[in-house]
Design a protein around this ligand. Structure first.
Ligand code: AMP
Ligand code: MG
Length: 363
C-alpha cells in the first residue's frame, strides 16, 4: 500500500464545474459538425439520462431507450406482467423465461457462487420486509427476519436452459444487476448505430462509450456519501462502466434513531454492516460491475480487497475467484477513508475538500 498522490488536485479544480454541468445534462458539446442529443426518462425505478454524439445520435438513443424500457418490463418486481413478478408467484411451477432473463439470472447465480453468497438474488423477501420496495420503511422483528431467511439461498433457484423453478416462498430480484446490464445493452445499440461517443447515466450508474468528442476521457464524479451533492473525487474513463453501490442511495432512519439502507447481507437478513459507505466498481461490463459493487459492499473493505487481489493469481480460492475478469474499485468506508485499486489510481483525483485518507491497494 502506498500513500496518495495528490499532485493532480489542481486539475480537479479546473474541471469540477464540467462535472456539475454534466450532471445537469449540459454536456460539453460535440464538434460543430456532430449532433449531440440527450434523452431523459424514468425506468427501472430511476432517472436515466442518455447522451450521444454523432449524426445517428437520435436513432441510437431511441433504440437504447426502447431497450431499457423493454428490460424493465421483463424484470420489474412490481409489474404484474413481468417475468420476475410471475416467477415470484409461481408456487413451485416451472416458468419459461426470455433468453435475456435466463442469461442474466444464470450470470447472477455465478456471481452468487463466486462471492460466497454476498450477492444473492433470493434476498428479495428481506428487501420487501424492510420496505425498500414499497418505500414504507420498517424494522422487521427478529422472528420475521428468521422466518424469511428460510427462503433465502441462491442454490434454491433451479434454472435449466430457459426454464426456471422457484420453490414456493422463494422470490428473486435482479435489481442489483439489471441497471448494469441495461447500460451494456444500451451501449451496444449505440455502437451498432455508429455512435462512438456517449455517456449513459442510469440512476448514477455510468456507462462511458468511447471518449468525449474532443478526444479526452469522460469525467465522472464519485459521490461523497457524507455530503449530498458533493463529490469524493472524479475519475477519467473511456469505454467502461463506473457503478456505485452506496448505503446513502436508499435508506431511512428507524424509530431507534439508526439508519438502515437497501443493501442486505443475505446471512443476517439485515442491511449490511460491513463498515462501508459506498463501493464503486470500474469494469468493462456494466453487468459485472453492478453485481460486484453490491457484493463487495456486503463483504466490507478487507474481504473486498482480498477478492480483488485473488483475480489472476495462480491459485485463487474457489469461492473468491471472479473468473479472470479484471476490475478496479473505489471504496469509501463509514469513517471516510478512501481505498482505491492501483489500476484506477492514475485516473482518480480526490476532491480538494474531501478530507478522508487515501490508500492505493496493490496486488
Ligand atoms: P445495488 O444498488 O446495485 O447495490 O442494488 C441494490 C438492490 O439490489 C437493492 O435495492 C435490492 O433490490 C437488491 N439487493 C439488496 N441486497 C442484495 C444482495 N446482497 N444481493 C443481491 N441483491 C441485493
Ligand atoms: Mg449492483
Amino acid at each position: 500500500m502506498k500513500k496518495p498522490d495528490r499532485q493532480r488536485q489542481s486539475f480537479y479544480s479546473g474541471i469540477v464545474s464540467a462535472v456539475i454541468f454534466f450532471g445537469a445534462g449540459l454536456l460539453c458539446g460535440c464538434g460543430n459538425t456532430d449532433r449531440q442529443e440527450s434523452r431523459e426518462f424514468i425506468a427501472m425505478g430511476t432517472y436515466i439520462t442518455l447522451t450521444a454524439c454523432g449524426s445517428s445520435a437520435g436513432e441510437g438513443l431511441a433504440a437504447a431507450e426502447e431497450k431499457i424500457t423493454a428490460l424493465e418490463k421483463l424484470w420489474s418486481v412490481n409489474d404484474e406482467n413481468s417475468e420476475i413478478y410471475k416467477a415470484n408467484r409461481s408456487g413451485g411451477e416451472a416458468v419459461h423465461l426470455h433468453k435475456e432473463t435466463a442469461g442474466l439470472l444464470r450470470s447472477a447465480l455465478e456471481t452468487a457462487e463466486k462471492t460466497g453468497g454476498a450477492f444473492d438474488p433470493t434476498v428479495y423477501p428481506l428487501v420487501e420486509a424492510w420496505g425498500f420496495n414499497s418505500h414504507e420503511y420498517r424494522i422487521p422483528e427478529d422472528d420475521e427476519i428468521k422466518r424469511l431467511l428460510e427462503n433465502v439461498g441462491y442454490r434454491k433457484i433451479k434454472l435449466e436452459g430457459e426454464t426456471l423453478r422457484l420453490p414456493a416462498g422463494v422470490r428473486i430480484d435482479l435489481g442489483a444487476v439489471g441497471k448494469g446490464y441495461a447500460g451494456d445493452a444500451a451501449a451496444a445499440l449505440l455502437k451498432k448505430a455508429g455512435i462512438n461517443s456517449a455517456l449513459l447515466n442510469i440512476g448514477g450508474n455510468v456507462q462511458a462509450v468511447g471518449r468525449k468528442p474532443d478526444g479526452n476521457k469522460w469525467i465522472i464524479g464519485i459521490r461523497n456519501p457524507f455530503d449530498k451533492g458533493g463529490l469524493a473525487g472524479i475519475i477519467e474513463a473511456e469505454n467502461t462502466a463506473v457503478i456505485t453501490s452506496g448505503g446513502y442511495e436508499r435508506c431511512f432512519t428507524g424509530s431507534d434513531g439508526r439508519t438502515y439502507h437497501h443493501i442486505i447481507d443475505p446471512e443476517t437478513g439485515r442491511p449490511a454492516e460491513s463498515g462501508l459507505a459506498s463501493v464503486t466498481v470500474i469494469a468493462e461490463s456494466g453487468e459485472y460491475a453492478d453485481s460486484l459493487s453490491t457484493a463487495l459492499f456486503v463483504m466490507g473493505q478487507e474481504k473486498a480487497a482480498a477478492y480483488w487481489r485473488n483475480l489472476g493469481t495462480a491459485e485463487p480460492a474457489k469461492e473468491t475467484d471472479a473468473g479472470e475478469k479484471p476490475f478496479d474499485m473505489i471504496i469509501i468506508t463509514n469513517s471516510g477513508e478512501l481505498f482505491i485499486t492501483e489500476g484506477v489510481s492514475g485516473n482518480f483525483t480526490p476532491a480538494d475538500d474531501y478530507t478522508g485518507s487515501l490508500t492505493v491497494l496493490e496486488k
